[in-house]
Ligand binder design. Structure first.
Ligand code: BG6
Length: 491
């Protein structure tokens, strides 16, 4: 109890009283940041003295920004969470800044005013504006000891550019004041992975190469390019999804138990996994790009048609990864992600090995190995498949069948609020808890592995294979696992 009180007191002492949002008129702000902050406000989770200052290039008065925010909330915040919109809007002010000139930052500093408890800055701007923004903040004295900074992706396009950004930020902020966002870590079910692994006794003893045959991580999306043509075509699925979200999922599945649930302990263990990733070989990667097809019964154009030109950017990638350490020796981690796939689904499948000896074989019954499926979205559930006997007198032999032990999270926790990932992350940024943010060494280990894959694609002249929209990627993705006698978990 005393420990709990100490933690609460510590949090109160570092909770910022100013939040400065760069990119305040952008898509992320409208769809995620403003709705998340408003929901936190309505639930009484923001301190009464927290003022939120929005900034972007567009000229707008505070009154106009509040109207802009109201519209975004009407569009993106569910009705039942719109309790305190009017009051929330009163927390907002706005000031236009040209992020490329130092003078703008003086005006910005005036608008921010004094912040006794601390200032949290959230940067969601084009990567090219990172450095000038940091310089501007330094110029205006907005980087002092009680200022922390949240950085939204993309943090670079490869290891070198990511180091450059990290160096620029490090000149003004120490690592314990830098909060790199990977919004997957804000998702409740992703955090639940840690609870599942480390708050239960029964999984950990079998969570290793002796008992696990392989792991599958799938992040499928039904959407196509959306409105992000330029960004996406420069990025591609590997850098957009694997470099960050999927590698974080892999790290959480594969990490050793941390000594405690705190920022240093958790991130120390994740980075060890990321560094143990074996470079991918030519046969271990498949890339694809969607062509016209149908998703959910609706016809959709191909990537090149949406883009208006030919492109070599991959909209699908499947990989066979290995974590070269004692625990995971010989266990493949199959990963795949893509746009315009048949379903929006994020899930992790842990396939256990066969039992060493079946006592039922002589009685005609076959057994299948256990499988744990962790559904992250849209369904939040955990399902363990187990063998059970089919009821009957067994006169023609024993029949066994695989049945699921099912935990549907929303049913198990009725009454708990399902929060947007950014609610958790913005609150942690304001309160100064880094556990769910990515540390520099993690991002750099992620880039190192990804860069090697891109180099391989260039050396081997690997270009994306076409796949029809509404299918699970090119047939080579199926061959990637089938070669090993493994089937993707598609049902
Ligand atoms: C973003 C990617 O980081 O994650 C997008 O840039 C992708 O391309 C999105 O659509 C997926 O996030 P979520 O939370 O919808 O799975």
């Amino acid at each position: 109890m005393r420990d709990q009180n100490d933690r609460t007191a510590q949090r109160m002492s570092i909770t910022a009283d100013r939040l400065l949002l760069f990119g305040a008129t952008g898509d992320l702000a409208q769809r995620m940041l403003l709705p998340s902050l408003c929901a936190l406000h309505s639930d009484g989770l923001l301190s009464p003295d927290l003022r939120i200052i929005g900034t972007a290039r567009s000229e707008m008065t505070t009154a106009e920004y509040r109207d802009f925010a109201r519209e975004a909330l009407e569009k993106y915040l569910p009705d039942h969470r719109r309790g305190g919109v009017a009051e929330f809007l009163n927390r907002l002010s706005y000031i236009a800044v040209d992020a490329t000139t130092p003078e703008g930052y003086d005006t910005l500093a005036e608008e921010v005013g004094s912040y006794d408890k601390g200032l949290a800055i959230f940067l969601s701007t084009a990567p090219s504006l990172f450095e000038p923004t940091i310089d501007g903040l330094v110029h205006a004295g907005l980087t002092k000891g009680n200022v922390r900074i949240g950085l939204e992706k993309p943090l670079g396009t490869d290891l070198a550019s990511s180091e450059e950004i990290n160096d620029a930020v490090a000149k003004a902020f120490s690592e314990d004041r830098i909060f790199r966002i990977d919004h997957y870590l804000g998702k409740e079910t992703v955090q639940n992975l840690l609870a599942l692994r480390f708050a239960n006794l029964i999984l950990e003893p079998v969570w290793n190469a002796k008992y696990i045959e392989h792991v599958q991580i799938t992040v499928g999306e039904t959407v196509g390019l959306e409105s992000r043509v330029a960004y996406y075509d420069d990025s591609g699925a590997l850098r957009d999804m694997v470099q960050n979200h999927m590698l974080q999922l892999l790290a959480l599945v594969a990490m050793e138990p941390p000594t405690s649930f705190d920022a240093t302990a958790v991130r120390d263990e994740k980075v060890k996994v990321l560094r143990a990733l074996r470079p991918i070989s030519k046969e271990e990667s498949v890339t694809g790009q969607y062509r016209a097809g149908a998703v959910d019964g609706t016809s959709v154009p191909g990537y090149d048609e949406e883009l208006g030109k030919d492109s070599d950017t991959e909209t699908f990638v499947a990989l066979k990864a290995h974590v070269d350490n004692w625990r995971w020796k010989g266990v493949p981690f199959y990963m795949r992600t893509g746009k315009r796939l048949p379903e929006r689904v994020t899930e992790i499948v842990v396939q256990f090995r066969c039992i060493p000896h079946s006592i039922f074989e002589g009685r005609g019954a076959t057994t299948q190995p256990n499988r744990l499926v962790i559904g992250i979205q849209p369904e939040e559930n955990v399902q363990l498949s187990m063998m059970a006997k089919v009821p009957g007198l067994d006169r023609e032999g024993i029949r066994l069948r695989q049945i699921p032990l099912d935990i549907a999270m929303p049913d198990a926790f009725t009454g708990s609020v399902r929060r947007i990932a950014y609610e958790r992350l913005l609150l942690d940024l304001v309160e100064g808890d880094q556990t769910l943010f990515v540390r520099r060494d993690e991002v750099e280990a992620q880039w190192e592995w990804i860069d090697a894959i891109r180099d391989l694609w260039t050396q081997e002249d690997i270009t994306p294979k076409p796949y029809g929209a509404g299918t699970w990627g090119p047939s080579a993705a199926i061959a990637l696992t089938e070669r090993d006698g493994v089937t993707w978990h598609d049902e």
